[in-house]
Design a protein around this ligand. Structure first.
Ligand code: FES
Length: 88
């Protein structure tokens, strides 16, 4: 079975108020061909808001890699990149 890309969306207060609430809709916006390849879960504070002074919320992670100032477009691009990297 193909490995799925794991996406965690921070639903901690800081990320949520900085735009993370919109990221909950990621699944609806995923192109059809990506839907089966991605596992999305919400997570309380991912810890990035404390450790990354230069990076700004909302945070999410794709296969464990931090995505700052996350937007739906940014997450979809990162998912595609992970899928491409997985092919090499
Ligand atoms: S509240 Fe989102 S990483 Fe901490």
């Amino acid at each position: 079975m193909e490995k799925k890309i794991k996406v965690k969306i921070c639903i901690g207060t800081l990320c949520y108020v900085m735009g993370g609430s919109e990221l909950q809709l990621l699944e609806e916006h995923l192109p059809e061909e990506l839907k089966k390849r991605v596992d999305i879960e919400g997570s309380i504070c991912l810890g990035f808001c404390n450790s990354n002074e230069d990076e700004k919320p909302p945070f999410a992670s794709v296969n464990g890699k931090c995505v700052s100032r996350a937007s739906i477009t940014k997450l979809i691009n990162q998912i595609k990149k992970e899928l491409e990297d997985g092919l090499h």
